[in-house]
Design a protein around this ligand. Structure first.
Ligand SMILES: [Zn+2]
Ligand SMILES: [Zn+2]
Length: 343
């Protein structure tokens, strides 16, 4: 396992740490070498007051075997919390060695399908009897903004026939089958075993409301997920304690500037320069891009090098291009990275 430490407390200095972070970015530019740094099973829990954050899926709606749909796991104390459930998130959980049925709570940022399409898989696979899948014995708890209830009602109804079949055939308990929606307004939406989840509004565009970002606090450490958003002043003000920030981004080559479809997409997301401004003002111990949309022009998609360069116009701190199954260990306001890499 390869660790890179970056302390929020020392964020104003530490040139060498910048260099190490830059080295990791440089490595990731070469294709898949970050995965070659280390392949090691990581303990599913930290035993102290720290948190483990795993990027399950860092992709976009584009169909990619390397980057699954947007989804994340936070392990804090006795809890395993999931944030969004994009395509293939159940498979990534399996790769991580976390049984699908062991998710204590699942939080949704918004209702674009690429953030929720993996939810039925988590729901239905998690209560199957096999121990490796978790054999969930209690209902799946899903938290989200207004609109979560109808989504969950629909999923429940869609799979009611299978639930009945499995109950009659495999004698699986009806107790494990429910899926429960917790709709919330912004603010503290979950507090259990010393883990606090705070939801705040972000700005994904006029017609894409609600759209939520989350901060998870545990043991004095904090991680923020931007969810899908344009440059958001609210996110900046709500993220001031973040040790780790997982932020979305979208970029297209300049020769596509007249493309109305691309302009629409870019208008719903944060540019690298804007993300740089967010990172510079939040001053996290580590900033990470995930759910980064790179739109193609005649000469291909913007390179990661270009995206980093554009981000660097406004931000010179630690920056990582997230990859599926990359893990971040946050303890004592220091972020260490373990790069597993997805097949
Ligand atoms: Zn979205
Ligand atoms: Zn999205």
């Amino acid at each position: 396992m390869k660790f890179v430490n970056r302390s929020k407390a020392s964020r104003t200095g530490g040139t060498s740490l910048h260099a190490v972070a830059a080295m990791i970015i440089g490595l990731s530019l070469l294709g898949r070498p970050v995965a070659a740094i280390a392949q090691e099973t990581v303990s599913p829990r930290v035993q102290d007051t720290g948190m483990v954050v795993t990027l399950l899926g860092t992709g976009t709606p584009l169909l990619s075997a390397r980057r699954f749909g947007f989804s994340n796991i936070v392990q804090a104390g006795p809890l395993t919390l999931m944030f969004d459930a994009g395509r293939g998130s159940a498979i990534r959980l399996g790769q991580l060695g976390i049984p699908v049925g062991r998710i204590d709570a699942l939080f949704l940022t918004h209702f674009h399908s690429d953030h929720v399409v993996g939810l039925p898989d988590i729901f239905m696979t998690g209560y199957l009897g096999l121990k490796s899948l978790g054999g969930r014995q209690t209902p799946l708890q899903v938290y989200g903004p207004t609109g979560t209830k109808p989504l969950i009602d629909g999923i429940r109804q869609a799979f009611s026939a299978d639930a009945k079949i499995r109950h009659n055939d495999e004698k699986l308990s009806f107790d494990a089958m429910p899926i429960v929606a917790h709709e919330f307004e912004v603010g503290v939406v979950f507090e259990q075993s010393g883990v606090k989840v705070t939801a705040f509004e972000v700005d994904h565009g006029e017609h894409i409301k609600p759209s939520i970002g989350y901060q998870v606090d545990y043991g004095g450490n904090a991680v923020v997920f931007s969810g899908d958003t344009r440059h958001s002043e609210n996110l900046i003000s709500k993220s001031q304690n973040a040790d780790l920030i997982i932020h979305e981004m979208a970029a297209a080559p300049s020769e596509t500037n007249g493309n109305p479809v691309y302009q629409k997409i870019l208008g719903h997301h944060t540019s690298p320069e804007e993300a740089g401004d967010v990172f510079a003002r939040v001053k996290p111990a580590m900033a990470v891009y995930s759910h980064a949309g790179r739109l193609a022009g005649p000469t291909g998609v913007p390179s990661w090098g270009e995206i980093i360069k554009r981000t660097r116009k406004n931000y010179s701190g630690p920056l990582i291009i997230g990859e599926d199954l990359m893990q971040f260990f946050i303890s004592e306001n220091t972020v260490a990275i373990a790069v597993g890499g997805a097949d």
